[in-house]
Design a binder for this molecule. Structure first.
Ligand SMILES: *Cc1c(COP(=O)(O)O)cnc(C)c1O
Length: 400
């Protein structure tokens, strides 16, 4: 079937929760995707920061193929070697002592919310359950994570939301401090707001956040679902800010495209989750954890982080050059390869035109073009991306 036929059939059978672009990718390699008609696309969205190693990285493919032939799934009633090895790898490369595995970012955040509540209840009593999060944050689409998310467009239609979340302005330590009450048990933040439009707070803010948590015995939860696994040029984004959380959630890029989520925690907090307190049928099964082991080892063993920093600097520089030509680009910001170009005009048309010309990018918060290419990207692909983008911008009615 060709793309048009797939789109018509999908239109008939799929529940319309997504405003999908008219693209049917059927094959991927590195920074490129091919659609059902054989047309090639340069992918600077990478499955929304999932394909950090590019599409079908040979080490991830090999791990999946090998594991699929040995054991795809077994219950968490039993011990899973790949899961244990992945937990060790993540803990030995972070602040954390233990890991819990699930299947998505929202589920990892659910686990963090449940653990924070249970720990605080046991340690400080049942009145302590409130979690403070940031305005414009994004933590997922389940009921608890929708309640945690600081965006009206994600929350509306689903009242009553889960009780016990409070939202404060991001990158504002005073507002955070003022929101802490005896009912507060945790603070949950993204180190960089991704869906919120690539918002990067100051290192000073995070030092102050850590101080507020320490002074009040609060758990600091970092949602690194989007920023983790090398996206910012460090394995975890919070390493840029010289502080560490008590709980961290990961998902998106962790298994090189296979569905996985994890919550990592310090020992004293992790102890609160005993047998029967939380679980997931598929969480950390042999197939996905084998893929994750391959993905994380590749990032640690090859020069991926170095490339991310180098290419991030290059892409930011080139976008800043474009800003000189197109004054409706009001800001260019990023760390590593999570980069936003803020516009004075809506970005949807730019994304649509770029797609027609074979380039995949995305827009967050209506006006921030978001670039999250594979971390394996090179200058050649960045130059090719910019050539298409410049063509699109030149053809805009708003162009100078
Ligand atoms: C994508 C994302 C989530 C949700 O992850 P899912 O796998 O879609 O549930 C949560 N937090 C952040 C910061 C994200 O970017």
């Amino acid at each position: 079937m060709n793309s048009k036929q797939w789109i018509e059939k999908g239109d008939k059978y799929i529940i319309k929760t997504y405003g999908r672009y008219p693209l049917v990718p059927v094959r991927g390699e590195g920074c490129y995707l091919w659609d059902a008609d054989g047309k090639r696309y340069l992918d600077f969205l990478a499955g929304v920061a999932v394909n950090n190693l590019g599409h079908c990285h040979p080490r991830v493919v090999a791990a999946l193929q090998k594991q699929a032939g040995e054991l795809i799934h077994c219950s968490n009633f039993y011990h899973i070697p790949q899961q244990i090895e992945l937990a060790e790898l993540l803990c030995s490369n972070s602040f954390a002592d233990r890991a819990f595995f699930c299947n998505s970012g929202a589920e990892a955040n659910e686990a963090a919310i449940k653990l924070a509540r249970k720990y605080s209840r046991e340690k400080f009593g049942p009145e302590r359950f409130e979690i403070i999060t940031a305005i414009s944050s994004f933590h997922g689409r389940t009921m608890a994570t929708v309640s945690a998310t600081g965006q009206e467009k994600v929350q509306r239609f689903f009242d009553p939301l889960l009780h016990g979340f409070k939202h404060v302005p991001f990158n504002d330590a005073e507002a955070l401090r003022a929101a802490v009450t005896p009912a507060t048990c945790a603070i949950m933040l993204e180190p960089i707001q991704g869906e919120g439009g690539v918002v990067i707070p100051s290192a000073e803010y995070f030092r102050e956040v850590r101080r507020i948590c320490d002074e009040n015995n609060l758990i600091l939860i970092f949602d690194e679902v989007q920023t983790g696994i090398g996206r910012t040029g460090k394995l975890f984004a919070h390493e840029h800010f010289d502080i560490a959380p008590d709980i961290m959630t990961l998902a998106k890029a962790l298994a090189g495209g296979a569905p996985i989520g994890t919550m990592l925690a310090r020992e004293a907090i992790a102890e609160s989750f005993g047998p029967g307190t939380h679980g997931s049928t598929f969480g950390g099964n042999p197939l996905v954890t084998a893929a994750a082991l391959a993905a994380v080892r590749t990032i640690l063993e090859e020069d991926i982080l170095e490339n991310t920093l180098k290419m991030g600097t290059y892409l930011c520089q080139r976008l800043t050059d474009l800003q000189g030509k197109f004054p409706f680009i009001t800001d260019v910001r990023g760390i590593g390869l999570i980069i936003g170009a803020e516009l004075a005009i809506p970005g949807a048309e730019i994304v649509r035109k770029a797609l027609e010309k074979g380039l995949l990018i995305n827009v967050a918060q209506d006006r921030v073009l978001r670039f999250v290419p594979p971390l394996t990207v090179g200058t050649q692909e960045i130059d090719a991306m910019l050539a298409i983008l410049e063509e699109v911008l030149t053809e805009l009615p708003a162009a100078p």
